[in-house]
Every structure is written in structure tokens, then in C-alpha cells.
Design a protein around this ligand. Sequence first.
Ligand code: ASP
Length: 303
Amino acid sequence: MRERYSLMIHGGAGLIADKGKYQSAVLEIVGVGEKMLSEGVSALDTVEHCVTLLENNPLFNAGKGSVLNEEGEVEMDAAIMNGENLKAGSVAGITHIKNPISLARAVMEKSEHVMLIGTGAKKFAAVNQIEKESSEYFIIPDRVRQWEESKKQNKVVLDHSGSNSEKKFGTVGAVAKDKNGNLAAATSTGGIVNKKFGRVGDTPIIGAGVYADNETCAVSATGFGEQFIRTVLSKTISDIIFYEKISAQEAAQNGIEYLVRKVQGLGGVIVIDRDGNCGSAFSTPAMIRAQVSEGKDITFLLD
Ligand code: ASP
């Protein structure tokens, strides 16, 4: 039976000063994704493509424009999951890969593994001819300023909560349901500012920063990764739907309440359930999102 499609993307949770730029970027990208879904492209291809567009946009903390680690370098994490068969692929601590989400997809489809890290991931990328870029491509001046400021304060900060920065950036993600009723989720990030060399966040951990199961929902998260790992938040939201049979919006809210109650967590999630309902919730002051469901208008959401 033909199903209605839905798509939701996010550009991170936190305060942003200059809403307009983010709004037009996410609206444009969700428009591209909607066209794909309406033409019958799979949820998996759609979330991957939307995330590559977000990675290529220096406004966001993923791919080009990623935040810098304690050594002033970009180290990225990404993961993708197919709700049809629970196949997943992820990469952690990678450098110089233009689109980490496409490398994660290659891990899912061209290796017998779920996760590759660092040097091994790089070798795998070379064998699979995944596009590379120089450090200059990734490191933008705003990120250097943000990093210098947090170094001075000797702090590790969420991209969007840097005290000095007028410009707020964010981790990115996409969740979708396609016309065949399949769900998929993808998340990509540069992590948190001034993080330790080798630190891995929630983004590439299946069940923490990303999850998709056709029986329940697709989830993409953003926020302090350590808290999302400890609460396995994306899988927790899937389990809430599985056991309580509630919609994406209620499950997102329950999930964030759990995150706050258990670990005083800071961040947010986007969720599409198996019926194609979109939901989102966050414990930060705002979260950049855009969503569309078949037959409805594209909507930008911030508060
Ligand atoms: N969740 C990401 C991490 O901890 C950061 C973010 O969402 O901004 O690596």
C-alpha cells in the first residue's frame, strides 16, 4: 500500500542570534528532500542527501564549518540507519572527509561492520573513493574564534552555547518516512568545541544520537553527547513508542523529560513515527528545525 511521506531536519539545539540565515538554509534543504520523497526516492537516500547539504553549509557544525577540538582540528562523527532492516553505519573521529554521512552509508553497505573509526575509516574511505578535502576547507574563521575563546576559558562547550559567539551553529540531522513506509535517520557533527582529541560523542553511537526502526520511529539527536550516550536516548524514544503506542510528539517530549530527569541533559531530538507524524522536543532555549508531510506546507520551527 502506498504511504504518505514525511521529512524533518534539524540544525542543532541552542540559542541563535541570526535566525534568517538558518531559516532559509533549512527550508531550502527540506524542499530538496520533499521533492525526492515525492518522486519516490527512499527515506534512506533522502536523509543522506539532506545531511550532505547540511554538511556542505558552513553555518552548521558538521562537515565544512565543524567546531574545533583541543588541538584546533576538525574531527567528525556521523551515522545513518535504515528502519527497514535495522542496518546501520557510522564513523567516528574522522578527518578530511567532505561528507562523513556518505562514509557512514558506505560502512553500512560496503563493509560487514557498523562502525569504523580514525585511521581505519580513512583507509576504508580511500578504497571506496569517498571525496576528501583539505583542512582549509573545513576550518572557517568563526570556528577559530570560538575555539580560542573556549581555550582561554579552559572550557568544553556546546557549539550553540558558546558565551562569546553571536553566531550559533549546530549539529545536523534528518529523519524521513518514504512512500513505501520505510523510515530512516541520519546525524552528522563536528562534536563539541574544544573537545579532547579522540573524544567521540553520541552522534555515531547507534541508539544514542540516531535510531530508526519501521515498527516504531526514526530519531536524530543533538546536544551534549555524553548525556545522550548515558541515556541511550534515541533508542529510548523508540522503546517508548514500542511499549506505549504514543505518537512522535509525545514520545519526543517523554524522551527529553527522561534526559533532563536522569542526567540534567541539554539538547533536543526530531522524531518521525511509523504513521508519518513529526515530533520534536528540546531542553535548550531553541532548536532549528524544518518539516514537511505529504499534503502539508513546509514549516520552519525554532521555539
Ligand atoms: N551531539 C554532538 C556531540 O556531542 C554535539 C551537538 O549536538 O552539537 O558530539
